[in-house]
Structure formats: C-alpha cells, structure tokens
Design a protein around this ligand. Structure first.
Ligand code: SF4
Length: 104
C-alpha cells in the first residue's frame, strides 16, 4: 500500500511540474507571437496549436520561429531573388531545411 501511495504522489508531483512547464512555454510563445504582430486571438490559437503538437508524437510540424535559419522575420536559408525570404512564419509546416534552434 505504501509503494502505491508513493507512486501516486510521484505521479501527481511530476504531472503538476510538467503542466506548469507547458503553461510557461505556452505563455512565452503567446507573448512572442503578439510581439511579432499576431492579434491576441491568433496568438492564442497558434500557441495552443503548438502545445497540441508538442503532445502528439506523430506531429513533426514546426514553425520558422523554432529554426536556426529564422532571423529578423526572414528565412536566411531559402533565398528569393538572392535575398532572404519571408516564409510562412505563423504556419506549422514541414520544411526540408529546418534545423532546431539550440539543437545538436
Ligand atoms: S529553413 Fe525552413 S523552417 Fe527554417 S526558417 Fe527557413 S522556411 Fe522556416
């Protein structure tokens, strides 16, 4: 019985921690999207969409915001007439050139 209660307590503590982390991540994304020009409603929807994506292991779509090639609102990897292009910044997508910021 004691082991069972210990497991329940561990589960409760870790669920609570991951929920707090998820909420903090959601808020950080929401603030970024608003600062980048989305309306509050749009930023809310996109941040929520990203949270659902994070929790779905089969969903490998990304935003340019998460990519090392995204800088100053432009993609520096894909050029348009030899200039950085402004890709679909606010759309979850699969890009062959994507590389995770801070990733190895
Ligand atoms: S390489 Fe792809 S994912 Fe990265 S910024 Fe450019 S368009 Fe976006």
């Amino acid at each position: 019985m004691r082991v069972f209660i210990t497991h329940i307590f561990w589960y409760w503590r870790n669920c609570d921690r991951s929920r707090t982390k998820e909420e903090a991540r959601w808020k950080r994304r929401y603030d970024t999207f608003v600062a980048e020009g989305l309306s509050q409603d749009e930023a809310h929807d996109l941040a929520s969409q990203m949270t659902r994506r994070d929790n779905d292991i089969g969903d490998d779509r990304r935003l340019c915001f998460e990519c090392v090639f995204y800088a100053n609102k432009y993609c520096t990897k894909i050029l348009h007439r030899w200039k950085p292009s402004q890709q679909l910044r606010f759309i979850l997508q699969r890009c062959d050139h994507f590389a995770l910021k801070g990733g190895k």
